[in-house]
Design a protein around this ligand. Sequence first.
Ligand code: GCO
Length: 449
Amino acid sequence: MWEYLLISAISGLIAFKLALILYRRRKYPEPHYEWGNIDLDEISFPDNFLWGAATAAHQIEGNLSNNWTAHEEKKNLEKSGEACNHWNLWKDDFQMLTDLGLTSYRFSIEWSRLEPEEGSWNNDALDVYSQMIDDLISRGIRPTVTLHHFSHPVWWEEKGGFADENNLNDFLNYSERVFDALSDRVDVWCTINEPTVFSTMGYTLGQFPPGKRSIRLTLKVMRNLMRGHAMVYRLLKSKRPDVRIGIAKNVTLFDPLNRWSPIDWPVSRLLDWLWNGAWRKGIMTGKMLFAKIPEAKDSLDFVGLNYYTHFLTGLFMPTSTEELEFAKRSHEVATEFGYPMYAEGFRRAIEFIAPLNVPIEITENGVADAQDSLRPEHLKRHLWIISEAIKDGYDIRSYHHWSLMDNFEWAEGYSMRFGLHEVDFNTQERTLRQSGELYRSIIRNSTSK
Ligand code: GCO
């Protein structure tokens, strides 16, 4: 008798697992296109579409002293040092924006420059950002400002940064100060860059400052980033309801390595939930990861989408980036970072954020490719995806290529080169890559129509 029961239970379980796999295979398809059959030149964009490039302060400005430089020291990483010396060369760099024909530029403000010690403010530095904005506007380029792109002052990190809810007021004060000085000319703001990358890289994988490895802290930081974003959104909107405030969200897709595996599926669904789903739910409902954050509900005037790739997940998930081995499908090309080029996922990422029901700005998309052998194709595929999505009714307003020039790629240092311009870090000479020329001509064709 009991054998019969056991056999029935096991077969029931197997049937259930199989049904679940079949259901998931349908519900979460992983499309791959025959790119050879697609005419990538068949693209069109609305007249008011904005063409841009993106950078971040710590990656380009040079000679900073912040949580990141402290981390570079502590972990004996490659130093960001002079970076692109953009703090001194910004005028020349802005000429490169003009030469490309860009109409939007996304960059970030470095909090550690403005408030190097708690409560003491450097107005000269704020004035430089103000001059940058005037210069961009005089060029007909929309300044798109990010308030927090991974870096902040050392004193704030020492207080616990985003790991302590009590610190959010400091972030709010800093944001308000910048906003008061610049919002007469800046209409589009991102509060925080990539909350999930910041929290997982800094608090789970330990590759970003503060180099911690704790799931409890990661979840705490995720919630506090949501709270910090919402606080800033509410305050700034109360000051100037006409500005548009959003966040830059990295949507990484998680697909099961083996689409028949009863193990790979739950891993991919769990990671997708932690990385993407919980965040979207927070914005849509004001509830996130077992916390109520009512002020987060509908706290976006637009959503910034950063898209790079999909991760293929399996049983052995890495616990540090050194162990990160990026799997790819046999028909996919690996980028220099190791992860595959998967432009099809860009459409999926757009579909994922669309229910937020606000306009979409592509705040980042690009590829590490020192030889520039993949970037032209990468650019064309991703622009084709946007063009198709717009035709299908998605409200996408801009595209910002990551990045204007090679720069300091965080834990990878200077080894990963994402620039439309190549940078010689000995001479600070910038040279437009072939993909930069391609981008320029796409913009020219699209705007002259
Ligand atoms: C991020 C950041 C950028 C990166 C870019 C390339 O995604 O980590 O927003 O600062 O440099 O994405 O990896």
